[in-house]
Write a protein that binds this ligand. Structure first.
Ligand code: F3S
Length: 316
C-alpha cells in the first residue's frame, strides 16, 4: 500500500564544497574566451571536462568536439583539463593550429612529478585508472615508463625492488594511495612519494564521507564518465548509507529516496551549479515513496533504471 503523508518536507544538506573545482572553472573560462576571440572555429580534443550537460552547453555555444587532430583543419584547438601526451602537443604545433591548453595546473604538476621521478632513476608507480585521459597523457609518451596500479591488488605478483617512485592520479583517495604505498614499502630499498592528489579532491571526499555518515540518503551528482564523481559515490556507499548517483534532477524518483527526510548532497568537480540547484529543488518537492529494491545480481550489483539509463550501484 502506498504511504500517505499530509506533511512531508525533506531536509537537504549540501556539502560545503560541491561542484566545479578551480581546474574545471578555468577550463570553461578558457573555452569561452576562445569562442569569443574570433580566431576561427574552436574544437576540443575529446570532452573538455567529464560532464555531458556542460559539454553540450559549450557545443551549443559553438565548440566542436574532435576525436583526433586529423579532424581539425583550422582555427583553435582546446586541450582538455586532463591534458594530452607530448606527441599531440607537437602535432598541433606542426599543423600551425592555435592551441588553448586547458590542462589543469594540478594535473600538469602530477605529470611533471612523475617524469621527474623517472629521470631520477626510480621505477615509477602511478596509482590511478590506466584508461583515464590524465594517465594516458603520461603513458602514451614513449620517453616515459611507469606501472599503473588501480589499487594494492594490482601489484600482486609484480616484482618491485630497488628504488620506487610513487605518485597518484589527482582524483584518487588518500586511503587508496596510502594502501599502495604500504604494499610497496616492505619490499623495496627506497620509496620516494609525491602526493599528487589535488586539494579539491581531498576536500570533497572528506566532506562527502562526513555528510554521508549522518544522513539517511546521500545523493551524488555528476557525469557517468567522471572519475572523481565515481569516487565520491564509492566513498558515500562505504559509510553504509544508501547512495544515489545521478547526472540530472530528472533521474530522481520517490522510489530512490523512500521516506528519507535527511538527505545529503554532493557533486563531482565537473558538475555545474545549475544542475545542483535543480536537484535540490526536485529533492524538496518529491513525495515519499516506497524504496526501490532493485534487482540484485549475483555479483552484488543493484540496478536502478534512472532517466532512461541504467545505473549500476555496487553495494559494499
Ligand atoms: Fe584540477 Fe583537481 Fe579539479 S586536478 S581539474 S582542481 S579536481
Amino acid at each position: 500500500m502506498a504511504k500517505v503523508r499530509t506533511q512531508f518536507a525533506r531536509q537537504v544538506e549540501v556539502a560545503r564544497h560541491a561542484g566545479f573545482c578551480f581546474g574545471v572553472k578555468r577550463a570553461i573560462r578558457m573555452v569561452g574566451e576562445a569562442l569569443a576571440s574570433g580566431q576561427g572555429p574552436v574544437a576540443s580534443l575529446g570532452p573538455v571536462i567529464h560532464n555531458p550537460q556542460v559539454v553540450r552547453s559549450l557545443e551549443e555555444q559553438g565548440l566542436r568536439r574532435a576525436a583526433s587532430i586529423a579532424e581539425v583543419a583550422e582555427g583553435v584547438v582546446v586541450v582538455r583539463s586532463h591534458g594530452a601526451p607530448p606527441h599531440v602537443h607537437a602535432e598541433l604545433r606542426e599543423r600551425g593550429l592555435a592551441v588553448v591548453d586547458a590542462t589543469c595546473p594540478f594535473v600538469k604538476k602530477m605529470h611533471r612529478q612523475a617524469r621527474r621521478l623517472f629521470r631520477m632513476g626510480y621505477q615509477v608507480v602511478i596509482v590511478g585508472d590506466r584508461n583515464h585521459s590524465e594517465i594516458t597523457s603520461l603513458t602514451e609518451d614513449p620517453s616515459f615508463e611507469c606501472l599503473v596500479a588501480a589499487g594494492p591488488a594490482d601489484l600482486d605478483g609484480v616484482k618491485l625492488a630497488g628504488r620506487i617512485g610513487l605518485a597518484a592520479q589527482t582524483t584518487q583517495t588518500q586511503e587508496n594511495f596510502q594502501a599502495v604505498a604500504n604494499r610497496i614499502l616492505p619490499n623495496v630499498l627506497e620509496l620516494r612519494i609525491f602526493n599528487t592528489i589535488c586539494d579539491s579532491t581531498t576536500t570533497r571526499q572528506t566532506e562527502a564521507r562526513e555528510l554521508a555518515s549522518r544522513v539517511e540518503v546521500m545523493v551524488v551528482i555528476g557525469g557517468r564518465n567522471s572519475a572523481n564523481t565515481r569516487r565520491l559515490a564509492e566513498i558515500c556507499r562505504e559509510t553504509g548509507t544508501r547512495t544515489v548517483w545521478v547526472e540530472t534532477a530528472g533521474e530522481l524518483s520517490p522510489e530512490l529516496l523512500g521516506d528519507a527526510e535527511r538527505i545529503g548532497l554532493t557533486a563531482g568537480a565537473s558538475t555545474p551549479q545549475w544542475i545542483i540547484t535543480d536537484v535540490i529543488r526536485r529533492l524538496q518537492s518529491l513525495p515519499a515513496g516506497d524504496l526501490a529494491t532493485g534487482h540484485t545480481s549475483p555479483s552484488g550489483e543493484e540496478s536502478h533504471t534512472t532517466g532512461g539509463s541504467t545505473e549500476h550501484v555496487r553495494r559494499n
